[in-house]
Design a protein around this ligand. Structure first.
Ligand code: ADP
Ligand code: MG
Length: 604
């Protein structure tokens, strides 16, 4: 096994090492942790610390701890740690050495060769410094790979013909956006822009100031000069920030954070996502300027971008993808864990260089979106069938997310939580997967906040919980097999079942079905149905089938060759026209043709 090559993401804040294990490129872990903080330090006792322990002591002993060494690569400066001084490549080498040890422990074999990633804008001197760091750590750097190229490799963009890919990378301390042209094995960076001093650390600092301000204003102590307290606060605030990516609120509690007149003072407060978004919005909006700059440098219009890939832990912030989607009209892809994407891409190249034919990196993802229906505005009209997913398709599993909903009536004592699978803003165009009732809500004016939490595990079991925020009253339901890919026939059956339940009502103003919680609904009442009723039902089934097929086909467009795509788009238009015109014969023909086309695309 002397031919092992590993892929390393040597990041400003965090670093990772990936390799081919059991035929799959994986990020290697030590003690269950895949991410290693890029910190190096000397403990008070004089021991060399790399990774998490070094990071943990950073606020306490900043003069003995080095962070963000990547920013100094290519610089001739020397850094003092304890009694010694080191060059930037020497410090980076300590991180690389720790990653090499981690890889050898995980693989059970010596590791001597590596692919290491660098930002696209790195100069020759910075790249050479990175190679030197590798050599000092005992690694032969077989390739220095651009980070956006690594991301494109991890997502498999190189296996889909010529693509223009926009890689948006917001890490701990740096931001860059690159436009990459991918054609098979050849990847060209067309333009790269960014800010070398912007990242998640800045978000932490803004939240820290905000929390400190609230703490001091509500009778807490001034702890700004107390390093130990600040260190605890910084950790607590970063953890809260991460939670806010998945939940609308985060509680921060630190017992005995300080003392005032000899009396312990505790910190206990709640931050909402919207509060946090107000603090950081301007920073995220600023990144969009770089995006436009990169596009214009490359002479590309936003429509010419085939896909947007999200890289860097800070892109988990929901406002990032929301603003990107708003500005570009494109849903960014983030199905690889954003902190791991670059390392995985380096791992893909490393595996190929050692002679293995690996394709894109595969992770377990949810193939569907899930969410509850709620009362809101649908096409400008009030409706109880509004829908917005809580879990979006392509999200890595397992996943837990919570969103807020509000009651629509005064003294509303119950909410019928109807859970759907799909993406259509009209819940009724999605597939119902379960429902339950939360009763006994407080008798308060409209706007009572209910938190809806969804947990989807690797076995495809979806747990949905609704909790009244004010009282903690909760009700939940578990739905099994939520992610098992339904066949077309199963989807058609589910729709038929649903339509039958809705009885003879017009599809446009369907009410919630009156069915059992387990959705074991009776089949269509065949005996009592007359010919006319059956024809009406068949038509409704055909319409829902056509819509489901359209949705599936749009999802597959990316995977089609130019000719198929053109044909599919023509068929989409045909289907939409016949839906509008109510032309059922034409609808039937176009649907059949599209189904056949999709069959070949999915098989091929
Ligand atoms: P880099 O590659 O620049 O070293 P990473 O890509 O590992 O950095 O990103 C680290 C940053 O991502 C940190 O600021 C961290 O707090 C942030 N981060 C990680 N998870 C989340 C999350 N769930 N929500 C928001 N930010 C996150
Ligand atoms: Mg990284």
């Amino acid at each position: 096994m002397s031919d092992v090559i590993v892929g390393i993401d040597l990041g400003t804040t965090n670093s990772e090492v990936a390799a081919l294990v059991d035929g799959k490129v994986q990020v290697l872990a030590a003690d269950g942790e895949q991410i290693m903080p890029s910190y190096v330090g000397l403990s008070p006792g004089g021991t060399l610390l790399v990774g998490t322990p070094a990071r943990n002591q950073y606020v306490l002993y900043p003069e003995q701890t080095i962070k963000s060494i990547k920013r100094l690569m290519g610089d001739n400066r020397r850094l003092t740690v304890g009694a010694q001084t080191y060059s930037p490549p020497e410090i980076s080498a300590m991180i690389l050495r720790a990653l090499k040890d981690r890889a050898e422990a995980a693989l059970g074999a010596p590791v001597r060769r590596a692919v290491i990633t660098v930002p696209a804008y790195f100069s020759d001197a910075q790249r050479q410094a990175t190679r030197d760091a590798g050599a000092i750590a005992g690694l032969d750097v077989v390739r220095v790979l651009n980070e956006p190229t690594a991301a494109a490799l991890a997502y498999g963009a190189d296996r889909q013909g010529e693509r223009t890919v926009l890689v948006y990378d917001l890490g701990g301390g740096t931001f860059d956006v690159s436009l990459v042209q991918v054609h098979g094995d050849v990847t060209e960076v067309l333009a790269s822009h960014g800010n070398n001093h912007l990242g998640g650390d800045d978000f932490d600092r803004l939240l820290l100031d905000h929390v400190l301000g609230r703490f001091m204003a509500t009778g807490g102590a001034d702890v700004r000069a107390d390093r130990r307290a600040m260190s605890r606060l910084l950790h607590a605030v970063e953890a809260a920030k991460k939670r806010l990516s998945f939940e609308p609120y985060a509680r921060i509690t630190e017992e005995h954070l300080a003392e005032r007149d000899g009396v312990p003072v505790h910190l206990d407060l709640e931050v909402s996502r919207s509060e946090y978004e107000q603090l950081t919005r301007h920073l995220i909006e600023g990144t969009l300027d770089s995006l436009h700059q990169a596009l214009s440098d490359a002479g590309k219009r936003p429509e010419q971008v085939d896909e947007i890939l999200l890289v860097g832990g800070a892109t988990r912030t929901p406002l990032v993808s929301a603003l990107l989607e708003e500005k570009t009209g494109r849903v960014p892809r983030q199905e690889l864990h954003p902190e791991l994407g670059v390392a995985l891409g380096a791992g893909v190249l490393a595996a190929r260089l050692s002679g293995h034919d690996v394709d894109r990196v595969l992770v377990d993802i949810s193939p569907y979106s899930f969410g509850p229906s709620y009362f809101g505005l649908l096409d400008g009209r009030p409706s109880e069938h509004c829908y917005r997913p809580i879990i979006s398709r392509n999200t890595p599993l397992p996943v837990s997310r919570t969103e807020s909903y509000f009651t629509m009536a005064d003294n509303q004592e119950a909410w019928q939580v109807c859970v759907y699978q799909g993406n259509d803003p009209n819940a009724l165009n999605n597939i119902p997967v379960g429902r339950f009732l939360i009763e006994g809500l407080s008798r308060v004016p409209a706007g009572n906040e209910i938190l809806c939490r969804m947990d989807l595990d690797l076995d495809g079991i979806l747990k949905v919980t609704a909790t009244e925020k004010g009282t903690g009253l909760a009700k939940h339901v578990a739905i099994e097999g939520a992610t098992t890919a339904l066949s077309e026939e199963e989807i058609a059956q589910a729709r038929r079942r649903m339509l039958a339940l809705f009885g003879d009502e017009d599809e446009e103003d369907l009410d919630h079905p009156d069915l059992e919680d387990d959705l074991e609904a009776p089949d269509a009442p065949a005996e009592t149905e007359n010919t006319e009723e059956r024809a009406g039902r068949d038509r409704r089934v055909a319409i829902s089938e056509a819509r489901a097929l359209l949705e599936r086909s749009r999802r597959l467009l990316d995977r089609m060759n130019a000719e198929d795509r053109e044909e599919a788009i023509a068929l989409h238009e045909g289907i939409e026209e016949s839906l509008r015109a109510g032309d059922h014969d034409r609808l039937g023909k176009a649907t059949a043709e599209l189904a056949e086309l999709l069959f070949y695309v999915e098989e091929g």
